[in-house]
Design a protein around this ligand. Sequence first.
Ligand code: AMP
Ligand code: MG
Length: 325
Amino acid sequence: MLSQPPELVTALDAARRAAKICTAVYATLVEAANKSGREPVTIADYASQAVITARLTSAFPRDSLIGEEHAEDFERLLTHEQRVRVLDFVRMGLARPISESELKTHLRPPTTGARHWIVDPIDGTKGFLAKRSYAIAIALQDDLGLQLGILACPNLALDSPRTQTSSGILFYAVRGAGAYWQPLAGSEAQKMQVAPTRPDEPLLIATSVESEHNDQALFERIVAHLPSPDKQTLMLDGQGKYGLVAAGRVTSFLRLVPDPTYREKIWDHAAGTLIVQEAGGTVTDFDGKPLDFSQGRRLEHNRGIVASNGVIHNALLEAIAKVVH
Ligand code: AMP
Ligand code: MG
């Protein structure tokens, strides 16, 4: 069993509180507002981010925090009534009163510090809105790289990832100390290890559901070039895909955004990357380069994502090289 550093204890608690809010909103008819680039955002994104930020910045006031959502959009996109609902959910999540001006400070977190928390309050908002899967992602990075990764997946089941459950999973990893999963509701954590599957054995390859997030035709062609005679695919929203690779339930996760000018956001990959690495797997871009999380909010130097059990990584890169020019 992993002895838990205070950063992990606080961040796991924040993730559980955020998951409770997201689960409550998910059960209702959720309206979305559109940020620039037609990306949806909901009251749950803001409430989840505010609760996570409030917990992390009060426990670790010298750290900075990079989160997906901003106070400017909260003011610009939400109605008065929606802002009141966000406040109610944040009060529930923090179990204390909070004013709108304090709430806004949590949507404008500190930008300088030796360590950076990286937060995606709802990863897979389109999945959340469509009543599919989503995740809450928290990572901690310092000068030496990613140190901590947490994914709360409120409706993911390890044994049946194609169907939503009401229980959910927490995946987490601490650099050098392994990767673990436990039911979101509690009970003992289990250490995770990627599957030992070889390239010629049956493979299960995961990708995004949304065609704007992954070139589905190209994905099919890459999969077709893998040596295994038995290749199944799984489409899932959010970073639960990384958790499933780490837990040995899928052999790989591939993603190539069709828009060649798009650069991946660090909060969509930081937690998942450490979780896969600590479970013995490998994460690179489509050229086989490690993901570089040190370039601000985006993975400026990487294109395409390949997360695998490590054993099939070269076979994946070879298939990609045959198909992507
Ligand atoms: P996935 O769960 O794999 O579908 O990826 C979800 C993430 O894709 C979201 O959290 C967004 O940050 C990101 N995303 C949103 N819109 C786009 C887009 N148009 N192209 C690429 N990625 C996007
Ligand atoms: Mg996201």
